[in-house]
Design a protein around this ligand. Sequence first.
Ligand code: DAH
Length: 357
Amino acid sequence: MDDLRQKYIEAIANAADESALEDLRVQAVGKKGEVALKMRELGKMTPEERQVMGPKLNALKDEINSALAAKKSALADAALDERLRTEWLDVTLPGRGRRQGSIHPISQVTEEVAAIFADMGFSVAEGPQIESDWHNFDALNIPGHHPARAEMDTFYMHRAEGDNRPPHVLRTHTSPVQIRSMEIAGAPLRVICPGRVYRADYDQTHTPMFHQVEGLAIDKDISMANLKWVLEEFVKAFFEVDDVELRFRASHFPFTEPSAEVDIRCSWEGGQLKVGEGDDWLEILGSGMVHPKVLMAGNIDPAAWQGFAFGMGIDRIAMLKYGIPDLRAFFDSDLRWLRHYGFASLDTPTLHGGLSR
Ligand code: DAH
């Protein structure tokens, strides 16, 4: 009996975890455990022997049971201590501020432009950035030999060896979306087409990817007067001024006839741009009456329909409106720049709620 006691008391003290302890309990004091087997032997003993051995066995059983209980609670305490140690949290540390992303000025300005033109009945159309040579050039009355092709610093896509079709291009302007919109919706039509465009050019005022918005209105009796009114309304709403003066300068684009470049009156006093006053002029877009060949390329009969079109640099007007000095910074993804010039995600521009903050 002493051997038995020593064996179990020692094993219980050394048990590593609760399941080892349970195994010991079954072995020692379970129904078929060693103590139970000894109890059975009592039957074969003389009454005198039984009187001595009975209480001793019961005492041994009690002793083992209380050793098991004590070890069990010691193991539970150790487990809790271990959890408290690993799940430790310093609640006295200062809280971390929640980071919030911001809306890029280009996205914001695109939304502003869309809100203004939507109010004048224009919907938003989009086209592919990898464009067919035909949509980007030929359909816009820019044939293969035309100098405008060379001037555009076009990025050409790769063609497989032996494939002699003209390669696709990264669109050099949003004007091909004019053609796609005519193909899809026909006349009458009023759309703006904002998006990314690409040219192989890089310096302080040029990045190889930039943004334009195209405008196209086609109807039975559209004239330059409509173009002028729409652009004036746009500029007043966009720059949030009551009066603007626009200057239409005769120009040339293959896809419009006549063509005009449009400047707005402004002042640069103290390095600060003010729209609508002063003696300076700032070019903001190209425009004109849609060339009959362009209407035909879009399956629209130029004898029945006319239209105006314009193309404007979104990055450019964003720089002007929000006083952003370097174009390249737009696309550097510098978080400090984005925090400074970015917009809160709920600053959705609307005409009724106000365009900018
Ligand atoms: N596509 C021209 C460019 O990228 C801009 C332009 C000029 C668009 C006149 C037009 C337009 O729609 O009528 O330089």
